[in-house]
Design a protein. Structure first.
Length: 325
């Protein structure tokens, strides 16, 4: 969560100069200006991190300069997008902004500390709220326009096929399995642990009689995602240059199975497990049919991003943007 007070720290660290320098104009968009203090308000939380990463003062200044320039470009875009949002009659959920401001205020030890930081940053609560609302409107306009461009893009089969063959190395896949788990943790008490293991043994018998694994996981598992039927998602088998997703005891048992098969009770340091494989995929190269949807979505997003970039460039030309930094 961003702390307002870090801006004050930022000014003292990054710009040990007279106060009036802080409010120098970095850029203008039509008749509106962007101040250095506006930019520092945005990058404040990052400044100490950059200082720690820099090996010397010169490197720190270089990093700061690059980040200021990047943030300035974003601020210019934000002003342009805000204007477009107002012209389009776009509205935002103000309660969302209010909730975010409340969360930040609640992160302070007291209301006095919160207001003190606002005062040091030279901004009132109402000014900060107005600033946040404008940022939310700008983001909303960008989302609306990107969605519009995405809907306009039509990806052909030939484009999908060309991408697939040009990037064939991206579609090699490691051996993997989509799993579920029923888990009971060890307590350290021998009698309780013996009872837990025995109970899982009874569940094995129920599974062998046709019981639904997900239903048993919901009812008895004490592990993650129990409420989702013990779903673990896809797990990858370890191999040369590939770190597996499971510890060795579980991995060896899981990858000895195929779809709809389940393990016996497996004991690990943490507890007792039963795992089921819902789906299994051997290592190899995914076919174009298997990845068609993903490729089409990637191409659609890429084309939409290019249209958005072109649209923003055209808006900049009409916005009389001047950069003084």
């Amino acid at each position: 969560m961003r702390s307002i007070g870090v801006v004050v720290v930022a000014l003292s660290i990054a710009m040990p100069v007279q106060a009036e320098t802080v409010d120098q104009v970095l850029a203008s968009v039509d008749v509106e200006v962007i101040l250095l203090s506006d930019v520092l308000m945005e990058i404040g939380p990052e400044i100490n991190t950059m200082r720690e990463r820099a090996s010397n003062a010169e490197e720190f200044r270089t990093m700061m300069d690059a980040r200021i320039r990047e943030t300035l470009e974003q601020a210019i875009d934000s002003k342009i997008l805000l204007r477009e949002a107002l012209l389009a009659g776009l509205t935002v959920d103000e309660s969302k902004v209010d909730r975010r401001m409340e969360e930040i205020k609640d992160s302070y030890p007291s209301v006095e500390a919160y207001l003190n930081d606002l005062e040091k940053a030279g901004i009132t609560v109402s000014e900060w709220r107005e600033r946040s609302l404008k940022q939310e409107m700008a983001r909303g306009m960008a989302f609306v326009k990107m969605t519009e461009f995405e809907e306009e893009v039509v990806v052909s089969e030939s484009e999908v096929a060309q991408y697939y063959y040009d990037h064939s190395d991206e579609f090699s896949q490691q051996e993997r399995a989509r799993c579920r788990q029923i888990f009971m943790p060890k307590t350290g008490n021998e009698q309780e642990d013996a009872i837990a293991r025995a109970r899982l043994g009874e569940l094995i018998a129920e599974l062998e009689s046709g019981a639904d694994f997900a239903d048993l996981a919901i009812r008895y598992s004490k592990g993650p995602a129990a409420a989702d039927g013990g779903a673990m998602g896809w797990v990858v088998r370890s191999g040369p240059g590939v770190d597996g997703d499971l510890i060795p005891a579980l991995e060896s048992a899981v990858f000895a199975l195929r779809a709809n098969e389940f393990t016996d009770v497996i004991e690990t340091e943490g507890g007792f497990h039963i795992l089921q494989v819902d789906e299994y995929t051997e290592s190899g190269e995914a076919t174009v049919d298997e990845v068609r949807k993903d490729i089409a979505e990637a191409l659609r997003l890429e084309a939409a991003a290019l249209r958005f970039e072109k649209w923003m460039a055209e808006l900049r030309k009409r916005s009389r943007v001047q950069v003084f930094y």
